[in-house]
Write a protein that binds this ligand. Structure first.
Ligand SMILES: [Zn+2]
Length: 331
């Protein structure tokens, strides 16, 4: 590995169902140029990849660089990924992409080495190298959004599993007869503690006549969908319905963390995603005692750190940059 490549910036891409975010990241992990564009997956694979390439070029321009200065690109994608072959096996959020050789298509378009990994895996990798998990070699990342995803860092390496499907923590069953999950099972933690589940339970409460600040906040902000910010505001103001629903979500996340710690025995569990970030310490402080209660090995349980993620919306993008450097042998 030439020193030159090691020092050159890479581009990390966060490819989601609604937006494409690209960031030029220098060798120290700092974002030095950024660009954003709508994904519009309904336009088809080719159009999305063209948009990704445009977003990358724009980010490179913003950093006042040219593509020759860039060592590689790496994109995350939501769904099942064959990272070794650079293929998106299946991504329901991208209008059911199936077996898309994203690394090859993007690499050809940009004339750069290109890599692909799962978004939550890269979010965890980003937090491990540049965020909350720095210097800790066994980390579990849990990201709570419309679903719940997870990533595993074992002995300093991203653990993808035999079929590339490791880290599906959201489908851990924590209440066998519980509500139906998007996956078809019942009582997955995703069906009890994701933002979708929180939203469902809050609207059920509002419809049943429970007093809540939520309708008022949403009207004020002219929002159709319940945002993490609105949830955090109502929570801070002591909204009893919101506190109860989020409290229940925190309980089941605590059960999940307990299960994961019993299986993996990590040094740290990082919890991220919109609600977690909007509430910060208040979110994790109620998850911790439940988790500790479920630890089988209670000795030194307080040494297992359960913390909030630090990188916010940039976690996956930064993780993609870290992954690109590692794939080049420069990380
Ligand atoms: Zn499920």
């Amino acid at each position: 590995m030439a020193k030159e490549t090691r020092d050159r910036p890479v581009v990390g891409i966060d490819l989601g169902g609604t937006k494409i975010l690209a960031g030029v990241v220098d060798a120290k992990g700092k974002i030095i140029g950024q660009a954003k564009r709508a994904t519009k997956p309904e336009d088809g694979v080719e159009a999305v990849i063209e948009r990704m390439a445009k977003t990358v070029r724009e980010a490179v321009n913003t950093a006042e660089l040219s593509s020759g200065d860039i060592a590689a690109v790496c994109s995350c994608a939501p769904g099942t990924i064959d990272a070794e072959r650079g293929v998106v096996r299946f991504a329901p959020n991208l209008h059911n992409w199936e077996n898309v050789p994203l690394a090859k298509l993007l690499g050809d378009k940009l004339d750069l080495p290109a890599f692909v990994e799962n978004d939550v895996n890269l979010g965890t990798l980003g937090e491990y190298v540049l965020g909350a998990g720095q210097g800790i070699d066994n980390v579990v990342g849990i990201f709570v959004g419309t679903g719940i995803g997870g990533g595993l860092i074992l002995d300093g390496k991203l653990w993808g599993g035999w079929r590339g499907g490791a880290g599906e923590v959201g489908h851990t069953v924590v209440l066998a007869e519980g509500p139906v999950c998007g996956c078809g099972s019942r009582g997955c933690v995703e069906a009890l503690a994701s933002r979708t589940a929180i939203e469902r339970d809050i609207w059920a409460g509002v419809k049943a006549g429970r007093p809540s600040l939520i309708p008022e906040i949403m009207q004020r902000d002219k929002r159709q969908r319940l945002t993490s910010g609105a949830l955090a505001e109502a929570f801070e103001k002591g909204d009893p319905l919101v506190r109860e629903v989020i409290g229940r979500a925190q309980f089941y996340l605590g059960v999940l963390v307990g299960n994961l710690v019993n299986i993996i025995d990590p040094q740290m569990v990082i919890i991220g995603g919109g609600v977690a970030e909007a509430l910060g310490e208040k979110y994790v402080e109620s998850i911790r005692p439940v988790a500790y209660q479920y630890f089988i090995n209670k000795r030194g349980s307080g040494d297992v750190q359960i913390v909030s993620a630090m990188l916010g919306d940039n976690a996956a993008l930064l993780g993609a940059a870290v992954h690109a450097r590692r794939q080049l042998g420069a990380g």
